[in-house]
Design a binder for this molecule. Structure first.
Ligand code: ATP
Length: 407
């Protein structure tokens, strides 16, 4: 069982490239942490520094209460699963899984020979010794792991006689048998087809629940991040953008990047200018204006709502809908748009529409497309002029310069 602590971690590669900057976070025992971000954002580099496969340029990495910056990978009590599976092609599945146990010493709980209870140390914790396992112990561990991953029947096969999903299970088995304190998984599902990814995703989640150990999982897939992580770390250009639960990342993105990265289709963003009306404050965009509900006013971080001051409005596709008079509501504003694309996906329909442009030239944003996500099939076709309702309770505002969330 282990907690991890990353304190101001930096990675500068030999060519001077700064891949990770000032990465700090505390990871609690048994958490499922997902590092997510676009290609090149530094997530694999961070994982590899935790694994000991990449030197840490600056900062401290704690596993439990020990600084492990200078520990070799095999001494960190971690196990890593790679995207490429990294199986030995000439060995059977059994030998692939058993291999690291045969060549390495592993931490083992010491049991009393008479009553078979764990022996406790002076702090009342189970005593652990580092030793090689016996052939019987290795066999027990391999069979137990194979059973839990449903690969017992393949133990005699070579990797080339397995499907991608089965190979991935073998790679997981190889990590499980070591009973590590921390599992590190680097895009383990990216070589699988979409359907298999979905089922392996839930299997890895169940594996985490069963093993009750700390998992750190790297992916560029926001669906994996949202569905698997107890907390998500969103990264961009080597910098942590936000660390939070999936729900909070989705509902309260810290900045425009996070808001746009998480969620499909992407959040709609429009540049707007504040307009102070008689009774209401408006967000005036190139295609019309919507109200800024009074309930938001105390929450606006810098509280500066000056007429003409620019702000970026964000609104998720599911907070916009094709307006139906029956759903009339004083927290909805309606604008007209022309439908350009309809994607009927069965359980939901994605509609792309062009909002009527007005105020030509007054707003520095030519974006008039709106992405709308409707549940169920909605009867609408390309070219239709539709009324588009904006749920005003669901808007996000971002600073036009820093892109930080202001509500
Ligand atoms: P991906 O999803 O594509 O694997 P990532 O977020 O995992 O991306 P990293 O592999 O951590 O990204 O790489 C971060 C940055 O560091 C990238 O710009 C990459 O080109 C650079 N980088 C990685 N390894 C080295 C290296 N050995 N020398 C120099 N630069 C490197």
């Amino acid at each position: 069982m282990a907690s991890l602590s990353l304190k101001h971690i930096y990675k500068v590669y030999d060519n001077g490239f700064k891949a990770v900057s000032d990465f700090s976070m505390e990871i609690m025992d048994k958490e499922f942490i997902v590092f997510v971000g676009p290609s090149g954002c530094g997530k694999s580099t961070t994982l590899r520094m935790i694994a000991g496969l990449e030197e840490i340029t600056a900062g401290e990495l704690y596993i439990g209460d020990k600084v492990v910056n200078n520990y070799a990978p095999k001494d960190r009590d971690i196990a890593m699963v790679f995207q490429s599976y990294a199986l030995y092609p000439h060995m059977t599945v059994y030998d692939n899984i058993a291999y690291s146990l045969k060549i390495n010493k592993v931490p083992c709980v010491v049991y009393d020979e008479e009553n078979h209870e764990p022996v406790l140390d002076e702090n009342g914790k189970p005593k652990v010794e580092i030793r090689k396992l016996t052939a019987q112990e290795i066999d027990d561990r391999v069979k137990e792991a194979a059973e839990s991953l449903n690969i017992t029947e393949y133990l005699d096969r070579k990797p080339k006689a397995l499907s991608g999903g089965q190979r991935q299970r073998v790679a997981l088995g190889r990590a499980i048998v070591r009973h590590p304190k921390v599992f590190l998984l680097d895009e383990p599902l990216s070589n699988l087809d979409a359907k298999l990814r979905g089922s392996m995703r839930s299997e890895i989640t169940k594996l985490h629940q069963r093993l009750q150990t700390t998992f750190i999982y790297v992916t560029h897939d926001q669906v994996e991040a949202m569905t698997m992580g107890t907390r998500i770390v969103v990264m961009k250009d080597g910098l942590v953008q936000q660390i939070d639960t999936p729900k909070n990342i989705y509902n309260y993105p810290a900045n425009k990047f996070v808001a746009g990265f998480i969620g499909t289709p992407q959040m709609n963003f429009y540049n707007a200018a504040y307009e102070i009306g008689q009774d209401d404050i408006y967000l005036k965009m190139s295609f019309g204006k919507i109200r800024l509900l009074k309930e938001f006013l105390p929450k606006i971080k810098d509280r500066v709502i000056a007429p003409g001051r620019m702000v970026c409005v964000g609104i998720r596709p599911e907070s916009i809908f094709l307006y139906d008079e029956k759903k009339k509501n004083d927290k909805v504003d309606v604008l007209e748009a022309r439908v350009t694309v309809v994607e009927a996906l069965g359980s939901e329909t994605i509609v792309y529409a062009d909002l009527d442009k007005e105020n030509e030239g007054s707003i520095t944003d030519n974006l008039t497309e709106v992405r709308i996500k409707m549940l169920s099939n909605f009867e609408v076709k390309v070219g239709d002029i539709v009324k588009v309702g904006f749920d005003l309770t669901k808007i996000h505002l971002f600073d036009i310069d820093t892109e930080e969330a202001v509500i």
